[in-house]
Design a protein around this ligand. Sequence first.
Ligand SMILES: Cc1cc2nc3c(=O)[nH]c(=O)nc-3n(C[C@H](O)[C@H](O)[C@H](O)COP(=O)(O)OP(=O)(O)OC[C@H]3O[C@@H](n4cnc5c(N)ncnc54)[C@H](O)[C@@H]3O)c2cc1C
Length: 403
Amino acid sequence: MGIEVLNNCIGCSKCVGSCPFEAISMSNKKAVIDLTKCTLCGACVQVCPVKAIVISREMVKRDLSAYRDVWVFVEFADDADIKKQGEIKKVSFELLSKGRFLADKLNQKLCAVVLTDKNRDYEKILSEYGADRVYLLENDEYLPYDTDIYSASIMSLINKYKPSIFLFGATYKGRDLAPRMAANLYVGLTADCTDLNINNDGLLVQSRPAFGGNIMADILSPNSRPQMATVRPNVMKIVKVLPKAVEVIKEDIRIDKNIRRVKVVQRHKEEEKGYTKIENADIIVSGGRGLKSKEKFEILNELAKLLNASVGASRAAVDSGFIDKKHQVGQSGTTVRPRLYLAFGISGAVQHLVGMKNSDVIVAINKDPNAMIFSVSKYAIIGDAHDIAKKLIEKIKSAKAVA
Ligand SMILES: Cc1cc2nc3c(=O)[nH]c(=O)nc-3n(C[C@H](O)[C@H](O)[C@H](O)COP(=O)(O)OP(=O)(O)OC[C@H]3O[C@@H](n4cnc5c(N)ncnc54)[C@H](O)[C@@H]3O)c2cc1C
């Protein structure tokens, strides 16, 4: 890999200010890059108006022995919600729990990467989920989230500390940031992993559905570091550990505000219409094509209300117009992990199962005794979905009336 300033440089000096590492200066109205300071983060390439700075990359067998440790990008609740500002998202705890398992297998450290406007004793919370070390980057510029600012900062961390594995949540931020980092570093990235493990060669095995979910693929990145993966919320199980002292490494990274290309002018928060989003729900009443029509599907709303549950759906139910897409559970919808998942008239296609099979208790209702959904269910009810929903509603209502 290398960086070069081409002859078409116009000497505008925009690149000088953009470099977080003060690696660029001007000489005879041309940009000059100090290769001892440059980390190839690419910030200068982005601001150059005439594309005079190029980074070349070629695949060569590299010595990767300096790369160690498992890193997790710590994500915070949506900045728009004042009450939740600064709250660590559950997906980060899920990733740390899996990261702990991976780090133990490698006999390496589990490190949390925190970019925040203000540290709120995060190290204490992160230690409860297994972190050995926290890389703490504190700066007002980290709020609101910005792809360019975050990626430039994390690039400098990676280049300095050389992680072996880096995990991100498959969330809006993680899905935005991880590919940017992977492209800058010229490394692979496996999106939406459903499992992670370490093989006998110490490589990260990144498992995810492939070919429309019909096979599971195990993906390795033997020739590049860090090995990068995203994992959806609710896929990994949270495991708390006994809190211990955590090493905190504070990094003061210079940030050039001018690389921020997006300005947040206004925020709109989607109104929650009295129900919990399926990804956060404790109980989900879910329906499929077996419900037959939008009108018949309505009965699940009634049942969900009585159970204080959220309503989920198969893709076929969504495609048939029974309910909105944001209720879809599965590979191309949302992954859920409720305490109770009730599946009415859902066949149990692999693309649906992948999104709900980790629920604590699954109850399936289907008229076909051979339906695949029964393979993951704790309780199987064979019968008409509509009739059973009606009976359940009556039972719950009469039980509530007695109580
Ligand atoms: C790339 C890709 C991504 C996909 N992503 C998703 C996804 O995210 N989520 C998802 O759900 N699917 C997804 N699918 C589609 C998936 O393959 C199935 O087509 C879909 O899950 C089927 O939905 P269903 O079970 O509601 O419908 P069907 O497969 O039509 O099954 C209906 C079920 O209802 C039962 N039934 C019928 N009548 C009654 C009755 N009166 N009472 C009780 N039971 C009854 C039937 O026995 C049957 O088991 C994806 C497919 C692809 C290729």
